[in-house]
Design a binder for this molecule. Structure first.
Ligand code: DGT
Ligand code: CA
Ligand code: CA
Ligand code: ZN
Length: 605
């Protein structure tokens, strides 16, 4: 995840409303125009189609109607420092709870202040505040994973827990998680449940029964536990992994065979069945699916998207895995080319080291393009040239370091000496790690589909990502045209990155004509990214499935702004798996040699 969470438009709007309220309490008459100005700005910002932070980055804060000189200056301080001194001074005399009460319909600043200064807020109002503030949000996958690992580790501490596994949406690796579900195989459910409700960090025990219990963890995340003896553990896993719709479809499929499913096992519905009247139990899910005449269905595929029919025909995909990934196609380094949006914070060298740890063969540096508003074309070309030289120099180093004799020529000069040792043991110790870095960019697609850098700049680049970072509210047709224009800039405009621009729990994605885009990609050798940033996970899984069906090639990129974020690849792989991707659908699964061959073919067209 990014190191500093960026402030959202909604949060800024709320802040400005609090400022307006403070002016109102101070002196309503004197501050009349300020109050109106702040309220108008708050409304405009809440409904703006671009993230304010992005506009600020581009020097376009004033594009938002109603954001005047004074407010723009304060926002500038907010984005630079994280707070605004003037706002803090204004608000410091009023208790925080007062500002929270303003969220309730019909409570203005004066009423709120009165309620707070009277000392006790009435019970009904407290209840209303609770409801307003408890908007149900789903948890991002890494957050839910980390919380679940803590509980799973805790459960594994006792020998009575013979097996512990995640269930539900977490096991299916959905993009967001409502609550965490965990299964335990045990012959002593009482001990396991008693141990579970003693989890040191819990804030509340919701329920404690014979076979199930539920607790709440800090951060308001619920954990449901289900226990069962090992003999029927397969049924428990299958039942509570869901999804609900997969289970409904599976139950219908089983009923046609005269079988009825439950979390305990399978029974015959009529007489004359091969299992008679008694309950048939399953230790594993594999046995269960096999008994039903089905291939094992990976949890990521259990969404009632046709997986049961395909499993019956033994034609399920062999899903791509993390270890198949040979490189990362979306990384922002700290190499400064005076970009339109934020730079990364790790150096190219640090990123290569991290790539080595991840066993990658190649990486692409995809800084944002140099800002158009701050440079003329010549300056942009010059910045791109500097980056090209840096990347060339890094590749030279990488070639020298990798013990690949065919690459060592006389021109390697002094380097040959240090390579002799590695050459001599090339058969026992094949070099593992990054052998090549690609010079790429993440280029903004301007609202009219034009390119913010001169097309001559592509001469310095190996290939680029194109993506939308502003004007999210165009019509579906305009947006589709915008994207297709960008993919037509050059054969090197190759990858459509974070295609819907969605941000989970924050912003819906844009609408695009997907069949048209997929068709264009296939005909013109364009690829679509699965962005692995857990806030994005974009292309979303259901569209990945459509892309795979259409035969579109996909790439995985972590959109890293620091080297640790490169570890997020696993979440991109989860999306790919949920979209039925095999190795052949994902460009990153190619070896360096095969990738370079493919690239050459594509950009020379
Ligand atoms: P979530 O928690 O909203 O992200 O989604 P899930 O899929 O984890 O849903 P959850 O926690 O309500 O239930 C876990 C799985 O248990 C669900 O996918 C289907 C399965 N299941 C089987 N029987 C029932 C039932 O009676 N109630 C619920 N809620 N789930 C059931
Ligand atoms: Ca759940
Ligand atoms: Ca649950
Ligand atoms: Zn981007």
């Amino acid at each position: 995840m990014s190191v500093h969470k960026e402030i959202t438009n909604l949060e800024i709007a709320e802040l400005l409303r609090d400022v307006a309220a403070s002016y109102q309490l101070q002196d309503e008459k004197k501050n009349k125009f300020k109050i109106i100005a702040y309220e108008r700005a708050a409304d405009a910002i809440e409904h703006a189609s671009s993230e304010l932070k992005d506009l600020w980055d581009e020097g376009k804060l004033k594009d938002i109607p109603s954001v005047g000189e004074a407010i723009a200056e304060h926002l500038d301080e907010l984005f630079k420092t994280g707070h605004v001194k003037h706002f803090e001074n204004l608000m410091k005399d009023y208790p925080k709870i007062m500002f929270r009460l303003l969220k309730i319909q019909g409570i203005g600043p004066k009423t709120a202040l009165k309620l707070v200064s009277e000392g006790s807020i009435p019970k009904e109002i407290k209840q209303e505040l609770k409801e307003v503030e408890e908007k149900p949000t789903r948890h991002l996958l890494p957050y839910a994973c980390e919380r679940s690992f803590e509980v799973i580790d805790w459960l594994r501490k006792i020998k009575e827990a013979k097996r512990v596994d995640p269930l539900g949406s977490l096991r299916r690796k959905a993009s967001t998680i409502g609550d965490i579900d965990i299964a335990v195989a045990t012959d002593n459910s009482e001990t396991v449940i008693n141990h579970f409700v003693k989890f040191p960090k819990l804030t509340k025990i919701l329920e404690k029964g014979d076979k199930t219990a539920s607790i709440i963890l800090p951060g308001d995340i619920q954990v449901d536990l289900m226990v069962q003896p090992s003999e029927s553990y397969g049924s428990l896993l299958q039942h509570f992994t869901g999804s609900k719709h997969h289970n409904i479809a599976l139950r219908e499929y089983a009923l046609k065979k005269g079988l009825s499913l439950s979390e305990y096992g399978i029974k015959a519905t009529g007489s004359g069945q091969r299992i008679g009247n008694r309950l048939k139990t399953f230790k594993t899910e594999e046995e269960l699916y096999k008994f039903l005449g089905l291939e094992y269905i990976e949890p990521e595929l259990r969404e009632d998207a046709g997986e049961i029919e395909v499993a019956r025909d033994n034609k399920l995909p062999k899903l791509v895995g993390l270890s198949d990934i040979k490189g990362d196609f979306h990384i922002h380094s700290s190499f400064d080319i005076e970009t339109s949006h934020d730079l990364g914070i790790s150096s190219m060298e640090e990123i290569i080291n991290q790539g080595n740890k991840l066993n990658y063969e190649y990486l692409a540096f995809t800084e944002h393009n140099p800002s158009k508003s701050k440079h003329n074309e010549e300056e942009i070309l010059d910045l791109l040239k500097r980056k090209r030289e840096k990347v060339d120099q890094l590749n030279l180093e990488l070639q020298k370091n990798s013990a690949r004799p065919q690459r060592l020529s006389a021109s390697d000069g002094g380097q040959v000496k240090s390579s002799v040792k590695t050459m001599s043991n090339q058969f026992t110790q094949r070099y593992n790690g990054v052998r090549k870095v690609f010079n790429s960019l993440e280029i903004d697609i301007l609202p009219d589909g034009s390119c913010p850098i001169p097309l001559k700049g592509f001469d310095y680049l190996d290939f680029v990502l194109v993506s939308i970072h502003s004007s999210f509210n165009l019509s579906k047709d305009q947006m589709t045209q915008r994207v297709l224009s960008a993919l037509s800039w050059s054969p090197k405009a190759l990858i459509f990155a974070h295609p819907t621009t969605r941000k989970l729990n924050e912003r819906e994605g844009v609408e695009l004509d997907w069949p048209k885009i997929f068709d264009f990609c296939i005909k013109n050798n364009k690829w679509i990214e699965i962005n692995a940033d857990p806030m994005r996970l974009d292309l979303p899984d259901f569209l990945v499935r459509e892309a795979v069906k259409a035969g579109v090639k996909l790439t995985l990129g972590t959109d890293s702004h620091n080297k640790e974020m490169m570890n997020n690849m696993i979440y991109g792989v989860s999306v790919a798996r949920r979209g039925w991707c095999e190795k052949k659908n994902v460009v990153n699964c190619l070896s360096l040699n095969d990738f370079e061959k493919l690239l050459k073919g594509v950009i020379n067209k």
